[in-house]
Ligand binder design. Sequence first.
Ligand code: 0GY
Length: 289
Amino acid sequence: MDADYLPFHPAPKKPDFVPPAGAVDAHCHVFGPADTFPYSPNRKYTPCDAPKAKLFELRDYLGFARNVIVQASCHGPDNRAMVDALRSAGDLARGVAVVSPDVTDEELAEMDAAGVRAVRFNFVKRLVDATPKEVFMGIAERVAKLGWHIVVYFEAPDLEDLIPFLESLPTTIVVDHMGRPDVTKGTDHPDFQRFVDLLSRNDNIWTKVSCPERLTVDGPPYDDVVPFARLLVETFPDRVLWGTDWPHPNMKSHVPDDGALVDVIPKIARTPELQQQLLVDNPMRLYWA
Ligand code: 0GY
């Protein structure tokens, strides 16, 4: 692993918040182990191994029932570690793949059978080399036929340029980590309002109200991020998802405690009804229906 890489928390606290029965951690990853599933030669970082057994242990410990495992950039378009985890989890996990345009229909069908339900388009420059939009659009049209959706990861300054592309995609879209707002600017700032407007105009666009640990300036317990997530949960209660983001690649400021992250949930989804939608109904509809 990279010299400055922070491994995941070795002993998270038991959360005070008890998730509803059937809760889904809708954004997490598996990394390696590298001796079985080597990292991509084109990766921008080398993480600490975070194998499937550790993920499933954390799922049970935090009180979750299911996972959506997102292919991370350090494995590039080689989805073997993620697909292997899906096969081990049986019906308790679904996957989000990263594919190159030369992926075959047979490979897509195989991933579909293993539980993959989406592809991820990553626009974060520190994580990936740029992919032309026409290439992404070609992939989008192919996966739309399988009933898959598209997960997009970008940073707030890139949203304005991306809007026409996002609005032209033919599937449901899930935006990672609330579009990564600058939380020092406040929820009323035009930058965050641009994101809220995008969701207001397009009822096929969902978002993950995840990653307070990446967006915070103040640090745990992440109260500076709460207003952003709460606004999205209360405005779009049937289009929000939540995930731990375990094992938290590329954290520099601190190692998040996954139990403390779970304890943010009742601050952003303040009623049992909103918690049920966020953690159970929405992810089940999108990934298990
Ligand atoms: C996340 C966030 C990050 C990394 C990746 O694919 C990835 O490598 O998504 C990040 O560094 O912000 O969602 O895991």
